[in-house]
Ligand binder design. Structure first.
Ligand code: ZN
Length: 212
């Protein structure tokens, strides 16, 4: 039924409401080139890049995608990531994206791990151009991890400590971590450290947006 409704009701931009597509060209332009951002927990560990500041269109699009069921935004978010991957300094050809994991509850509510879906859409864009980007969803958040919203940096670190797990699976020795929003940097730092101690080098973190 919902599929039929989707066909009958034209998509509207999740940011500005203009009819036509899940994200209009004007709002899609919020995803710019990569800017390196600085966060305490990732300093000296891994370079972190974001496509936009977490405000205005970027914030509206991410919130609509994550919290308001606009899963139809996944292709446009994936395209935004695909457009910048080649800008990564020293990026080897055919990078492997490791999505930062979602909480299990959030994954259920949001219809599956939302960052993984963006990574898969990004890989599709590259595949359509004959380039190879792989996705290795090898990280999981264990039970007991609270939503990070409203937690201080120290609370976030404690919240994550020992709760991220590395699954057995195909994963190359060099990867790019993909996240939606960078706030304190504690989550991506914890992911990069866990991968690092398991012999997987994180060459960069790419996020759709960063606060501040
Ligand atoms: Zn728009």
């Amino acid at each position: 039924m919902s599929k039929i409704l989707d066909l009958l009701i034209p998509a509207r931009c999740a940011s500005c409401g203009v009819p036509g597509a899940p994200c209009c060209a004007t709002c899609q332009a919020v995803w710019g080139s990569l800017s390196e951002i600085t966060r305490g927990p990732t300093a000296g560990l891994v370079p972190v890049y974001a496509l936009a500041r977490y405000a205005d269109e970027a914030r509206r699009l991410i919130l609509a995608y994550k919290e308001r069921g606009r899963r139809d935004l996944a292709p446009s978010l994936g395209r935004a990531v695909a457009d910048v991957l080649e800008q990564l300094p020293g990026e080897p050809r055919g990078p492997c994206l490791v999505p930062v994991p979602s909480r299990r509850h959030a994954s259920r509510v949001r219809g599956g791990p939302h960052v993984q879906r963006v990574a898969e859409e990004c890989a599709k864009v590259h595949a359509s151009k004959g380039k190879s980007v792989t996705v290795a969803p090898v990280l999981r958040l264990g039970a007991g991890v609270r939503d990070a919203v409203g937690l201080t940096r120290a609370e976030r670190a404690a919240n994550l400590d020992g709760r991220i797990r590395l699954l057995r699976g195909d994963c190359p020795k060099e990867v790019v971590l993909l996240d939606d929003v960078i706030t304190t940097g504690a989550t991506v730092a914890a992911c990069a450290r866990l991968l690092g101690v398991n012999g997987i080098h994180v060459s960069a973190v790419v996020a759709l947006a960063a606060t501040g």
